[in-house]
Design a protein around this ligand. Structure first.
Ligand SMILES: [Zn+2]
Ligand SMILES: [Zn+2]
Length: 314
């Protein structure tokens, strides 16, 4: 199975400005000055091997949305702006009568405002099952499209929509996966999800603060032996402790420590701070890999930093 990151940013979409693109071009040309580039293959090789990701690419701008791809039905976590790109991908595939399962961590803007632009929701014959733990969450999704906030109300979306309220402590069989949730520390609460199928485990845990007082045991148990942990690392540890305590997010260092202690195989840092440049995010990834080797150099933790379009084999 595969996980695709459609939206990796936290809080709000991050723009890419013209001067940012110009700076990337400048750096690429500067790096090419002393290289022998004569063929198309040379160009491809130069881009892939000589340029850092912050120059050859971008971490992207879409807010929270990931896909777990395995089988006929679509499994999604969160409906941030990344959902719009996912919807366009489905439309291009030409498939009809699609069934979407959308698991909602919570209902802050950055996790819902892709839904009004999710084209498959406007198509009769498609089915969307929403899952969430928050009371009355159907109203939250409906209200964001009511006038005067949006011109097209949910009732005009022709796909069949069902809103399934989940309960903590229960395990559900959905689209071939065993699914369970966990309450997380975040303003208005958020919920993490653990998906299991064929011995593979994927944990989606975003918008979650880990304080000293947090019940670590519950988290370690929820993350235990996960093949992939998608984890909120919006802040630096110093910000999370001193400046932005109670803002509801975590850090790369806490992510590494919990992942190693829980026996996680692959940590994917997620919910990127929208004010961080691509260069800053490159540095955070390097620093995190270095910190993991200091924390426990005998543990083979794989670490990625989510970007829009990242595909991870599980
Ligand atoms: Zn968020
Ligand atoms: Zn939030």
């Amino acid at each position: 199975m595969k996980v695709i990151i459609w939206g990796s940013r936290g809080s709000l979409p991050a723009s890419v400005r013209a001067e940012t693109v110009r700076r990337k071009i400048y750096k690429a040309i500067e790096a090419a000055k002393d290289c022998q580039i004569k063929s198309e293959a040379d160009i491809e090789n130069f881009i892939d091997t000589k340029l850092p990701f912050s120059v050859r690419g971008s971490y992207g701008s879409n807010t929270s949305c990931i896909e777990i791809r395995d089988g006929k039905e679509y499994i999604i976590c969160d409906a941030g702006t990344g959902l719009r790109d996912f919807g366009n991908y489905v439309m291009q595939s030409g498939k009809s009568s699609c069934h979407f399962h959308i698991f909602m961590s919570h209902f802050h803007w950055d996790h819902i405002h892709g839904f009004p632009f999710f084209v498959p929701a406007f198509i009769k014959g498609n089915t969307i099952d929403f899952y969430g733990f928050h009371e009355g969450f159907e109203d939250i999704l409906v209200n964001q499209q009511n006038p005067p906030s949006f011109p097209v109300p949910v009732i005009c979306m022709q796909a069949e929509k069902r809103f399934n309220r989940l309960e903590l402590g229960k395990e559900y069989s959905i689209a071939g996966f065993q699914v369970k949730g966990m309450e997380q520390d975040h303003p208005q609460k958020s919920y993490g999800y653990r998906f299991e199928k064929d011995g593979k485990n994927i944990v989606y845990s975003t918008d979650s603060e880990h304080k000293k007082s947090s019940d670590e045991g519950l988290y370690l148990n929820f993350f235990k032996d996960a093949d992939l942990l998608i984890f909120d690392t919006q802040y630096s540890l110093a910000d999370a402790i001193y400046v932005k305590e109670d803002w509801g997010h975590s850090s790369n260092m806490v992510g590494v420590e919990l992942a190693v202690r829980a026996g996680v195989k692959h940590l994917c840092m997620y919910h990127g701070e929208p004010t961080h440049s691509d260069e800053t995010l490159d540095k955070i990834l390097r620093d995190t890999i270095r910190y993991a080797s200091i924390y426990d150099d005998s543990y083979p933790l794989r670490i990625s930093l989510a970007y829009d379009g990242l595909e991870i084999e599980v």
